[in-house]
Design a protein around this ligand. Structure first.
Ligand code: K1U
Ligand code: ZN
Length: 168
């Protein structure tokens, strides 16, 4: 198992559009395991492969309070959505910032598991928000893209300043 490095906004690699997973092999299973370890350690409720500089359509999540319901979605698709809700979102790639984002309230998702098996399920509340947030990562999109230019630029400046202070 290994902890993976999480890219931070405004790193341009976060803008990469991820490619479909085609090989459900041991290397994929190792990446899934490392992503769970990284997400739990962060701590976060989700993590997309894009955030750890792997540009494939894979995300992990666990929105349970007990942190005992790991879920891995591969090649996820939203096949139905309805309603709208606004919720505060954070992002491990935008540390320290939380902002309201409007998203679909209910979604129906089709995805594969680590063995390539396809399933469909419905999600709402924080689970639906997290899936939409992580699927945005796979498109190279961040929650700050839903904010005004002013707010996004302020966040960018603060994070760049923090990164400069850390690296000296
Ligand atoms: O994608 C990510 O960067 C993970 C992100 C997911 C997310 C959070 C909130 C709304 C939508 C998506 C996070 O997990 S940020 C950290 C966080 O929200 C959290 C961490 C530990 C316990 C509870 C929440
Ligand atoms: Zn995120």
């Amino acid at each position: 198992m290994a902890l993976l490095n999480i890219l931070h906004f405004p790193d341009s690699r976060l803008r990469t559009v991820a490619k479909a997973v085609t090989e459900f092999d041991a290397e994929l299973k190792q990446l899934v395991s490392d992503m769970f370890e990284t997400m739990y350690e962060a701590p976060g409720i989700g993590l997309a492969a894009t955030q750890v500089d792997r540009h494939i359509r894979l995300l992990v999540m666990d929105v349970s309070e007990a942190r005992n319901q790991p879920r891995c979605l591969i090649n996820p698709e939203i096949i139905e959505s309805d309603g709208e809700e606004e919720m505060d979102e954070g992002c491990l790639s935008v540390p320290g910032f939380y902002e309201k984002v409007r998203r679909a309230e209910h979604i129906r998702v089709r995805a594969q598991n680590q063995d390539g098996e396809v399933s469909e399920f419905e999600a709402e509340g924080i689970e639906a928000v997290c899936i939409q947030h992580e699927m945005d990562h796979l498109e190279g999109k961040l929650f700050v893209d839903y904010l005004s230019n002013l707010k996004r630029n302020r966040i960018r400046s603060k994070l760049v300043k923090q990164q400069k202070q850390k690296t000296g």
